[in-house]
Structure formats: C-alpha cells, structure tokens
Design a binder for this molecule. Structure first.
Ligand code: FES
Length: 248
C-alpha cells in the first residue's frame, strides 16, 4: 500500500485528553488549536491566529504524553494525554512570565497598554505579583521619529508577531530581528529610523503586538482605564465562555 493511501485511510478526527477531559480534535491541528476549539484556554504570547507559528515564547507549554512541549507547534495525536493546568505546568509558565518581566523594562502603571497588555494580563491570571528574579534594567532604544507610530523596545518581548504580521498581513517587511542572545532586538527595514519606513498606524503589525512596544500615536487613552479588555474579563475568558455546551 502506498503512503498516499495509508494517509487517505487514516481518520481525520481523533480524541485527546486535556486535564482528564476528552476533547475531539482533527489530525493536523496543534494541541493549542484543538484546545481552543474545545473551549480550553492555553496561555500564549507569540502565537497569533493566521500567522505562521514561531514557537519562541514557550508560555504555551503543556505536558503531552509525559513530555513538556510548546502546544502551539506540537500536533495532536490519537489518545494523546495533555496536562494543561497541573501545578507543575502552571509553575513553569509563571517562571517564564517572571523572566520576561525582568528581562525588559515594564512599568505597567505608566504604560498606555495597561489593561490591554497580554503579558500583564497573563501575570495577573497566573497570580504573579512580583518576579522572583532580579531585574536586568537593560538600556533599550525608543524610536518616536514616525509621525503616527512609535516603537518602545523597553517593552518588547521578542515574540516576532510584528515581524510576521508586517510580512504576511501587511506585505511590508518593516520589522526584523537583529543581534543574538541578550543583544537580540527588533530593527526596521531602513538604514535610519521608523520615520524612513512604510509603516502606517493602520498596519496589523501594530495591532498584534501583545505588549506596549509598537503603538499608534495619539490613541493612548481612547478607552479609559477600568473599561479596557482585561479590566473587564481575564485573558482567556472568551475562549472558556465559548466552550461547547456538551463538554462543560
Ligand atoms: Fe507557543 Fe509562544 S505561544 S511558544
């Protein structure tokens, strides 16, 4: 029998277990996608619907069949047993978020993205009030040269959402990575500054930034504090509310 006919004969639907609950999945889905479709929320930062997976932040870590993996890149398999909300998994996620918080310069009380920032919202949802790690206080550049857009690298978590969205949603390739390790940073596709690029405030590269790193100017307080996305409901609540009736 040829490989093609073996694949053709494999059923496309399968079942996995997430925290003891049976969940229907489709061959080719990632664990994160299957969980999402079943109303089970898995934290994520670099994953964004419609963008190629990056697998860089590791916030979406789960234990699948006894091994830790990134749920945004790990495909489902029949009978897979996934741990999503065990204390071990939650503790790993807390450590990752705490490291992200000290690796940049995050001052939530002064940040206009407060209440809409996914990093801040994840920290609240995971019960983080302070990081156990020492702050690095790196020196990072702010580029406010563009009339309508600014980039504050102090808040950048290197998730690459802007890189992929500028390339794949906006067709512009404005943002790239440069440097390695602790020197890795976001740069723009001009020899000078943001003002010399084709970026525009309507670009989806701005919209997908999970933190307050790439922002449109003059919109900082369009929604008052207290009425913002994660002031109203915790991150992940939308997915959990959409859980199919039969699987509650
Ligand atoms: Fe999976 Fe970032 S969301 S590694």
């Amino acid at each position: 029998m040829s490989n093609a006919s073996v694949h053709a004969n494999r059923p496309s639907s399968l079942t996995i277990t997430i925290d003891g609950r049976e969940v229907n999945a489709v061959r080719g889905q990632t664990i994160l996608e299957a969980a999402e479709a079943a109303g089970v929320w898995i934290p994520r930062l670099c994953h964004f619907p419609g963008l190629e997976e990056f697998g860089g932040c590791r916030v979406c870590v789960v234990v699948a069949n006894g091994r830790s993996c990134a749920s945004c890149t790990q495909p489902v398999a029949p009978g897979m047993v996934v741990e999503n909300e065990t204390e071990q998994v939650l503790e790993t996620r807390r450590a990752i978020i705490e490291m992200l918080l000290v690796e940049g310069n995050h001052f939530c009380m002064f940040c206009e993205k407060s209440g809409r920032c996914e990093l801040q919202a994840l920290a609240y949802r995971l019960g983080i009030t302070a990081s156990r790690f020492d702050a690095l206080w790196p020196k990072r550049e702010v580029d406010a040269s563009h009339p309508d857009v600014l980039i504050d690298r102090n808040r950048c978590i290197l998730c690459s959402r802007c890189v992929r969205a500028s390339r794949d949603f906006d067709g512009k390739h404005v943002f790239h990575f440069a440097g390695r390790g602790a020197h890795k940073r976001i740069v723009v596709n001009s020899s000078g500054s943001l003002a010399d690029t084709s970026v525009a405030s309507a670009d989806r590269a701005l919209e997908v930034c999970p933190v307050g790193s790439i922002l449109p100017k003059r919109r900082g307080y369009d929604v008052p504090v207290g009425a913002r996305t994660f002031d109203v409901a915790p991150i992940g609540a939308g997915t959990e509310r959409a859980r199919p009736e039969e699987s509650r």
